[in-house]
Write a protein that binds this ligand. Sequence first.
Ligand code: MGD
Ligand code: MGD
Ligand code: SF4
Ligand code: MO
Length: 680
Amino acid sequence: MQSYHEQLDGVFPSVCSLDCPDMCSLHVHKEGGRITKVAGNPNHPVTQGAICNKVRHMTARLYDPNRLTQPLKRVGAKGDGSFVPITWEQAITEIAGRWQELIAEHGAESILPYSFYGNMGLLSAEGVDRRFFHALGTSQLDRTICSVAGTVGYTYTMGGAYGINPEDTAQSKLIIMWGCNAVSTNMHQVLFAEKARKNGAKIVVIDVHKNQTGRWADWFIPVLPGTDTALALGIMHVLFAEQLVDEAFLRDYTVGYDELQEHVKAYDPATVAAITGVPADDIVKLARLYGETTPSFIRIGNGPQHHDNGGMFVRTIACLPALTGQWQYTGGGAIKSNSAYNALNARAVERRDLLRKKVRTINMNQLGEALTELDTPIHSMFVYNSNPVVVAPDNNRVKQGLAREDLFTVVHDLFLTETARYADIVLPATSSYENLDLYTSYWQHAIALQQSVIPPYGESKSNADVFRLLAKALGLTEPALYESDEEIIRQALDYPANPYLAGITYERLLEETVVSLTITDRPLPPGRLRTPSGKIELRSKRMERDGYPALPTYVPIAEPDTYPLLFIPAPNHNFLNSTFSNNEKHAILEKTPRLYMNEADAAERGIANGDKVRVYNDRGDCVLTAAVGDTVLSGVTVTQGLWAEAEGEARLANALTPDRLADMGGGAVFFSTRVEVERI
Ligand SMILES: Nc1nc2c(c(=O)[nH]1)N[C@H]1C(S)=C(S)[C@@H](COP(=O)(O)OP(=O)(O)OC[C@H]3O[C@@H](n4cnc5c(=O)[nH]c(N)nc54)[C@H](O)[C@@H]3O)O[C@H]1N2
Ligand SMILES: Nc1nc2c(c(=O)[nH]1)N[C@H]1C(S)=C(S)[C@@H](COP(=O)(O)OP(=O)(O)OC[C@H]3O[C@@H](n4cnc5c(=O)[nH]c(N)nc54)[C@H](O)[C@@H]3O)O[C@H]1N2
Ligand code: SF4
Ligand SMILES: [Mo]
């Protein structure tokens, strides 16, 4: 039978490759060899035919006139975007030649790979690329920009990225979206919550911004940024004080509950109200609602863990369902991430063993510092699946580093991104619709196989193919670098250590595209958790050993208060991080980058709704349009979306964000930022 990409017309099964929890099952429509429509697959049990606005307009991105078709070589100054086309052979020869010189003179550690999950595919994000950089012995990258602080925090409490089945949340009676802008970032969680609401469930949203998700809530609770740990401890205080806890559950399935009970006495509602900005009455009301409703579900969002205290935030929230024994009930408990159920054979895929000597590891959140301040400098960087000039914190430092004349930069992307403008060589990348790849969800329990639906666009190539070409040009002989896409996918699935993968084979995926995991028992109560005690660790000896308080503890954010307003640059509805920000269709849908401000703060500065404002601090500035109202508390400002740079106007929110690291895992702290705002 003809493969999908050889057929000119028809409807083909596919899967969304974007870094989004939902991993929607798609139907791709083709006419005359071109994709004409990307739609949801109505037969998929979880995503049920619904997809987001962003991907409904995917053809505008795939066939955007600005999409790259050929390799390019820089002819102008770094950053100004002047390039001429070259052939793939010239591009690969030049990269290999420069790298051979650098390796001879400075060693392979002078080369840094920089990537994230612009494409979530196994082969695109952690396959041949990882093998290649391991075999070459380059510096390694710590991929910490998204969710690591919270993952570490959750793991201390719960033993791993294990939550409940999101499909069960249709049966919940209380749903708390805690720092999760689900209407924009996890739409199928909203659809399950809607089902629950029809059955009488209440939806509470706790956020610093009354955005689309806050407006959808039955009860929106505004909180001051970075103070949620105190709020959770205040809820615990009331639950213990009013005996709303499940004693039997605490005794059987947790450790340290008596110490926790003592510890939270200090977090009485009045004390917590002063920290969080949530009135004491509301803290009591929320605690009673939580204590009296079963089953209750908490969706732990990514937002609040992008603070200095983000690891402790997630560690603390993760304790709440245990207090009322929620893990015992269908639809009760929490989801932070469910990625551990989908774990593939990373050892076989990434081949860390190919790295034959100890090399340094660079935290991706401190790229600016790494490029400008290291004693043993980075002389070359290869960027793929990421756009650090826009997404990395303190991006003026990133730009300063990328502007270095002695830095040889290669960027592989679908577009001439803000980062690509600083490259010496730009390579055109295929979209996920052009490749075979394997996808797993970090929310639903499913694995999917993407088969190429269209041939490569112009001369573009997949990540895996680029690294195979580079390996060959550099004369690397390690056979693992030349294994086929299919072979690597088979190795990933061959992983008896993960029982949930049982019965999932390459053949089955070819046939069915998306396959649900078989989950009969979970490492959640009444089962044994993967914590040291096998129970939920309300008190954690492991944390104590790692230098943290053993019990959940509120620690304020670390940003010095030189500037008066907190600044939260969060994701928006129509972009995915910086992806789509450069596609006209999506930018028009999103209209303009705004700064949400409280009326009192605006009045104090003579700012009216619709005014152009400059947001600034010592790190940089950003020009936005003021949206004055009551969607944020006084002292808080919010912007949404990682916008592409506009002609002559500073629009990059990350010009303002710090590159400090979070309390756990070396995570990013985008939201622990302080600024001042002035009318232009
Ligand atoms: N449309 C769209 N979807 C996306 C993305 C996108 O850019 N756009 N990005 C994808 C990626 S990579 C990720 S990681 C996820 C992230 O998706 P989410 O888990 O929803 O996380 P964020 O959108 O970063 O932040 C969620 C909310 O946290 C709030 N927040 C910030 N600080 C605090 C705080 O201190 N306390 C509380 N309670 N709330 C706070 C923000 O206002 C925001 O509404 O979404 C994915 N899906
Ligand atoms: N201020 C602020 N900054 C943030 C965040 C925030 O909330 N606020 N969120 C953070 C989070 S949670 C995340 S996950 C990061 C995300 O940061 P990134 O992972 O950098 O995400 P994107 O901006 O989507 O950039 C992905 C790039 O990969 C390219 N790409 C897509 N597919 C392929 C492919 O197959 N091959 C190659 N070579 N390239 C491809 C896309 O065209 C795009 O330019 O941003 C972080 N930055
Ligand atoms: S971005 Fe998320 S919601 Fe949109 S189609 Fe992809 S997986 Fe679904
Ligand atoms: Mo992310």
